[in-house]
Design a protein. Sequence first.
Length: 161
Amino acid sequence: MGYVESVLAPGERVVHRAAISHWNFALSYLVGVLCLIGAAAAVYLDRERGPLIAAVLTVVGVIVILVTLIRRGTTELVLTDRRIIAKRGFIARATVEMSLAKVESLHVNQGLIGRLFDYGDVTVVGTGSSLEPLRCICGPLELRRKLGEIASPPAAAERTG
């Protein structure tokens, strides 16, 4: 069970889950993969010291990739029918929650690359405070749309007669 499920109030339901884009971690993935390629090259080029260098590079590459995946996997951004919950961290945890009644606006910033790959920075502005910007969120416009649906539910059908 994730953090969000453990703090949901009775009857509260999750409306939307957002994740950090893999593009936010592209440099870490690149470093990890380059370490693994370097390990293979070390074994091929230096038969004497290559295995030791390869072992070190493999360990470094795997650690970099695992830490990146853990950082991504332990960050949660959830919109429920009552609040917005943001949680970061695995061992040290930082959480922020804001009641939907306090939300004034949701800002989405996307550059050209962000628009092409559907990620962007999201800032929730509330009465008297705001959440710090959530960087590189996948599908930020979907999050904004879902928040709009909850904040202003569809009007009741007009009655004629």
